[in-house]
Every structure is written in C-alpha cells, then in structure tokens.
Design a protein. Structure first.
Length: 246
C-alpha cells in the first residue's frame, strides 16, 4: 500500500489508511457548496503526455484521486476530457467509506457540454449506477438535448455558454454540495473566470515532459485569483498540494 506523508502543517503525519487520507481533504461543513478542482502536472508544468494526463499519474496521485472522489457528491468533467481520457460510468470502490460518512454510495457524474456531442448509448450512461447529469446552456442543440434527456438529467446553466456560478447553484439545489471537478483545462479556465472555484488539489509529478504540453488552465483571458496553501503531502518525490481560495 502507498504510504503518504503530510509534511505540512506540522506535526507531520504518515499513513497508508485511505480513510485517514480522505480526512485530510474533507471540509468542515458538507452542507455548504464547495467546488474543488483536481489536476496533475509535471515538474515543468505540463498537463499531458502524448495528449493524455494518465502518463503523469503516480501511486500517490491515484490514492488522492480516489480519496477526492470518495468525498464527492458529484464528479464534474468536461465532455472533451470525457472523450479524450476514455471515461466510463462513474463508480467508486469506497462505498463503505462513503456511507460511514453519511454520503450516498455513489457520486453523480455531471458532464459539462456546450455542443451536446454525446452518445446516449455510451457506457457512461448505459452502465451508470446513478442517473448522470449533463450541464449545458440555452443555445445547445434542442434535438440533441431531447435525445440525451432519455438517459440523463439536463441542466441549463447559462445562455451562450455554461456559467460556473449557475452550475454551482443548480447542483447545490439538488443537494450535491460537494463538487469535485476533474477538468479539463478549458473547463477549469471557464470556472476560474466565473470565480466559481473554492479549492485546487494539484499533484506535481516528479517528471519533465517538455514539448507543447498544455497547462492545467487554459482560456483566452488572463484571470488572477489568489490562493492559500493549506497542506503539502509527499510520497517518493510526488508533491500533493492543496490550495483554497484566499
């Protein structure tokens, strides 16, 4: 089992207990809406290897990735990332941990898509343990929306694009207060622009990728947001950093 050390704040603590690691990331009040982003990058800031993030993952990153899903009421992913990374139905293994914390056995999968270029017959819908959600905007294609409504709940959050604040509000109204977003960079950029992000969990992989690898956040507009570092974890050279809105 992977043992992770939380080196700060002091005193340091090491554990391989996945429930204890989840404790480090839990929030004080689960009833308050909270949107968390989770990304992995190389030491030189690259977010992908050959177009995918999987090549950057380490054992410690996988443990924390699972812990964050364990704590989530809803897992939010952009449709482009769903396609690129080959997502299947959203399902976590730590059912007992979730129920012990008073969380539903499985999180809801929320897919953000402006174009609604999604296949209603895809396994993300067909094999889902909980009916998924699609978050889109008013200008989305009506025919595609009607087809997808047979396999998912469709939320309209914004006029010409998905508005992050409106999405937060719509998910919270459904009791999905703990929102865990796995990207991708375009969605992250939009949510930062909307000032909808409360937390960033960033894994720094002990690798260099070079080339034209993108960053964890992309978009046309530069947006400055201040963050506060709340903890630092480490395992075999992997740094796991947790930031919250300053």
């Amino acid at each position: 089992m992977t043992e992770i050390t939380r080196v700060w704040p002091l005193p340091a603590e090491s554990t391989a207990d996945t429930a204890r690691i989840a404790d480090w990331y839990d929030v004080a009040d689960r009833g308050e809406p909270w949107l968390r982003m989770n990304f992995v990058s190389s030491a030189d800031g690259g977010v992908t290897v050959n177009g995918l993030s999987g090549g950057l993952g380490t054992d410690a990153d996988h443990v924390v990735f699972d812990a964050l899903r364990t704590l989530a009421d809803v897992v939010i992913v952009g449709a482009g990332t769903v396609r690129a990374e080959g997502y299947g139905a959203m399902r976590v293994d730590a059912v007992e941990q979730r129920t012990a914390r008073g969380i539903a056995p499985q999180p809801v999968f929320a897919i953000v898509s402006r174009s609604l270029s999604l296949d209603p017959g895809d396994r993300i819908f067909r094999d889902a343990p909980v009916r998924p959600i699609i978050v889109t905007c008013e200008t989305a294609d009506a025919e595609r929306r009607e087809r997808l409504e047979s396999v998912a709940d469709v939320l309209i959050c914004g006029a010409g694009r998905v508005d992050g604040v409106a999405m937060r509000r719509a998910l919270a109204e459904r009791g999905l207060n703990q929102m865990h977003c796995e990207g991708g960079p375009t969605l992250f950029g939009a949510l930062v622009r909307d000032d909808a992000v409360d937390e960033l969990c960033l894994t720094v992989s002990p690798t260099l990728v070079g080339g034209a690898a993108g960053r964890i956040l992309s978009g046309d507009d530069q947006t400055l947001r201040s963050l506060s570092l709340t903890h630092i974890c480490e395992d075999d050279g992997t740094l796991l950093l947790r930031y919250v809105r300053a």
